[in-house]
Each structure stands twice: as structure tokens, then as C-alpha cells.
Ligand binder design. Structure first.
Ligand code: NAP
Length: 244
């Protein structure tokens, strides 16, 4: 396995943090990006303690300037980024009829536009290296839809469309672009749900458990590696069977 530089957005906790640890365990230099630099440093320290190479950059995915700055800092510190994990994401749930424009826009800006700008920032170096991996963390609800999450679902379905378009644009440059669609994963994002909702969801999961961040990280790690060289434009469901 070659050593490459991977940038993971939303690496301060949850799924992104697990992805950063998994990619570092594969020998990659990992750049951890998010807003909470203290938490990023804690994750980076964990990687370093295990013998890996980790770098921290502050990045607000809702801001184009911040993304650009983060990518130039990442390249200066760790070399050209050839693995991008677009993982950062937020929810602002509510029924469509009452949804505030701001809640719509903030979710689209962060989850979809931010991921697109990250890809735009990463592509030139990948083209130069004639090797690249872009992995977009979408969601099961981007495939199925979900009441009360029109903004989030639109952003996650948009990521799937973005994945397929980029895969077609970049295939000839040996850059693969894939999406992972997590099901219900135990993180801060889902910790806010009531016990009643959790039990209802659990009943619909054939594997009879919620996912762990490591379940998603394992798929991301695979897609980032040389064994996934002939996979592009794919949408890999990691959802315990809750949507097939
Ligand atoms: P989480 O625990 O809430 O973590 C979200 C991460 O995104 C944090 O590291 C956060 O970092 C970062 N982030 C949020 N807004 C950001 C911004 N404006 N700029 C930069 N970073 C930002 O969520 P998670 O469950 O790990 O989710 C990770 C991804 O998986 C998300 O895209 C989510 O939609 C997707 N997903 C999750 C589930 C699930 O069940 N948990 C299911 C399907 C898909 P800071 O706060 O430090 O900026």
C-alpha cells in the first residue's frame, strides 16, 4: 500500500474521526479538518501515538474562503492531497411546510456546496499525480427520502449525483469518485433522537444493531485503497440492510 495524503472533513468526531484513524492505520498521512480544532488535535494525537502522521487544519465547510485556506495549508504541511473524504455534514430538521429558508440553505451550503468546493480544491493535485480518490459520505436517506429532512435529503441525494458526474469527468485521469451511504450510525448526530424513534428504526434493520463509525470507516478505507481501483461512480450502502 502506497503512502498518500488524505484529507478528511468533519474529522473532529463521529464517522470522520473514525475514517481519519482508519486511513492513518493504512499508512497514509492524514489531514484532519473541521471547525473544532481542540477535538481535531485530540484525534491527531491519537493517530500520532499509534505511529501515524496527522495534521490539523481549521475549516468551515460553509465558507469557500475557509475551504481554500484549509487546502493550501494541508498541501503545505502534508503534500498534495490525493484522497479526499467529504464527510462533514449537518442536519436542521423540520417539515417542509414550515422549514425556514435559512435551515434549507445552511444544510445545502454545508453538505453539498461545501463538498463540491472541497472536490474542486483537490482535483488539480490529483490530476497532476494521475491518481486520486474522492469519497463522499452521503446517507441512506439520500436514497430513500425521509419526512422532516427535505433539506438534508436533498443535500445527500445531491452528493450522489455529484459523485456520478465527477466519476465520469475524472475517470480518464485515474481518479475514482464514490459515495458511501451510511444507515443509522451511533454518533452525536443520532444521539439526539428519542428512545422511541431509535427502537422503531432498530426494528427495521435486518442486522439488528445500529452501525458504528468504524463500520463506515472500513468502507471508506476500502474505497481509498488500491483494491478499489476499478470501482467508480458506485454508491456503497453501509446500513445493516435497512434500505436495499
Ligand atoms: P457528527 O458526529 O455530528 O459529526 C459531524 C462532523 O462534521 C463533525 O466533525 C463536525 O465538526 C463536522 N462539521 C459540521 N459542520 C461543519 C462545518 N460547517 N465545517 C466543517 N466541519 C463541519 O456526525 P456523524 O454522524 O459523524 O456524520 C458524519 C457524516 O455522515 C455526515 O455527513 C452525516 O450526514 C453522515 N451520516 C451520518 C449518519 C448517522 O447515522 N450518524 C447516517 C448517514 C449519514 P465541527 O463541529 O468540529 O466543525
Amino acid at each position: 500500500m502506497s503512502t498518500r495524503t488524505a484529507l478528511v472533513t468533519g474529522a473532529s468526531r463521529g464517522i470522520g474521526r473514525a475514517c481519519a484513524l482508519a486511513l492513518a492505520a493504512d499508512g497514509h498521512k492524514v489531514v484532519l479538518a473541521a471547525r473544532d480544532v481542540t477535538k481535531l488535535e485530540q484525534a491527531a494525537d491519537e493517530i500520532r501515538a499509534a505511529g501515524g502522521a496527522a495534521f490539523v487544519v481549521a475549516m468551515d465547510q460553509a465558507s469557500e474562503d475557509s475551504i481554500k485556506q484549509a487546502f493550501s495549508q494541508a498541501a503545505a504541511a502534508a503534500g498534495p492531497v490525493t484522497i479526499l473524504v467529504n464527510n462533514a455534514g449537518i442536519t436542521r430538521d423540520g417539515l417542509s411546510m414550515r422549514m425556514k429558508r435559512d435551515d434549507w440553505q445552511t444544510v445545502l451550503d454545508t453538505n453539498l456546496t461545501g463538498a463540491f468546493i472541497c472536490a474542486q480544491q483537490a482535483i488539480p493535485a490529483m490530476m497532476k499525480e494521475r491518481w486520486g480518490r474522492i469519497i463522499n459520505v452521503s446517507s441512506v436517506v439520500g436514497e430513500s427520502g425521509n419526512p422532516g429532512q427535505a433539506n438534508y435529503v436533498a443535500s445527500k441525494a445531491g452528493l450522489i449525483g455529484l459523485t456520478k458526474s465527477l466519476a465520469q469527468e475524472l475517470g480518464s485521469r485515474n481518479i475514482t469518485v464514490n459515495a458511501v451511504t451510511p444507515g443509522f450510525i451511533d454518533t452525536d448526530m443520532t444521539a439526539v433522537l428519542s428512545e422511541e424513534v431509535r427502537q422503531k428504526m432498530l426494528a427495521g434493520i435486518p442486522l439488528k444493531r445500529f452501525g458504528k463509525p468504524e463500520d463506515i470507516a472500513a468502507a471508506v478505507r476500502f474505497l481509498a485503497g488500491d483494491d478499489a481501483a476499478y470501482i467508480t461512480g458506485a454508491v456503497l450502502k453501509v446500513n445493516g440492510g435497512m434500505y436495499m
